[in-house]
Write a protein that binds this ligand. Structure first.
Ligand SMILES: CC(C)(COP(=O)(O)OP(=O)(O)OC[C@H]1O[C@@H](n2cnc3c(N)ncnc32)[C@H](O)[C@@H]1OP(=O)(O)O)[C@@H](O)C(=O)NCCC(=O)NCCS
Length: 179
């Protein structure tokens, strides 16, 4: 497992994190067709271990009920996430290796959660490979709970954990659903 890097923009002794400048904030926006190449390439890098996503990623990308968001800085995209709005399922989330461990995944997940909540989704759901320890820790850190396991879920045969998280109540209570 790789060593964690500094998170957010707290960079001691004037150092910079590998990917993120310490001056800019992470920006997130809906993906456009111009992002397709980036999403396809990052999916291949992140998910090939679990199956061939060459067909399903474009299909998800084009699907009217799938919301795809990308994060970027200085015009360069560094992560994306896909949410199937009808079921609240996070279909994919990935951060470019160069930018991992900087809090981008968390920011993107929080963003997805806020939008899902505004759309009336009450529960986020996802599958992640049991052997993908980093992802399992990542989702645990975002307060997802394991609710089941599915053997042979992935095309290459790996088992998946099914995780979920109730959302919505906190945002309504805090009245923070403004952006
Ligand atoms: C999983 C993934 C999206 C996390 O994104 P990230 O931007 O690197 O994660 P963050 O920096 O926001 O980390 C948030 C928390 O996740 C956990 N975490 C993330 N990377 C970790 C690592 N390498 N080792 C241990 N814990 C880790 C930690 O609890 C961390 O909290 P902390 O910073 O307070 O320790 C990223 O590693 C990735 O793209 N992986 C490949 C694709 C993938 O597996 N996607 C998930 C399945 S769809």
């Amino acid at each position: 497992m790789k060593r964690r890097q500094y998170k957010g923009d707290v960079v001691p002794h004037g150092e910079k994190m590998r990917g993120i400048s310490d001056k800019k904030e992470i920006a997130i926006r809906p993906a456009t067709s111009a992002d397709y190449g980036f999403i396809r390439a990052l999916s291949k890098e992140a998910f090939s271990l679990y199956g061939d996503y060459e067909e399903i990623i474009p299909w998800w990308f084009m699907h009217p009920d799938v919301m795809t968001m990308v994060s970027f800085e200085n015009m360069r995209s560094h992560s994306f996430a896909m949410l199937y709005v009808m079921s609240g399922e996070i279909l994919a989330i990935a951060v470019e290796p160069e930018f991992q461990g900087c809090g981008i995944g968390t920011e993107l997940l929080n963003h997805i959660e806020r939008i899902a909540s505004q759309l009336g989704v009450e529960r986020l759901l996802l599958h992640t490979a049991i052997e993908n320890e980093v992802a399992v820790m990542f989702f645990h850190s975002a307060s997802f709970s394991v609710i089941g396991k599915e053997e042979g879920y992935y095309p290459r045969g790996q088992a998946a954990l099914i995780m979920n998280k109730k959302i919505g109540v906190e945002y309504k209570a805090k009245g923070t659903c403004t952006s």
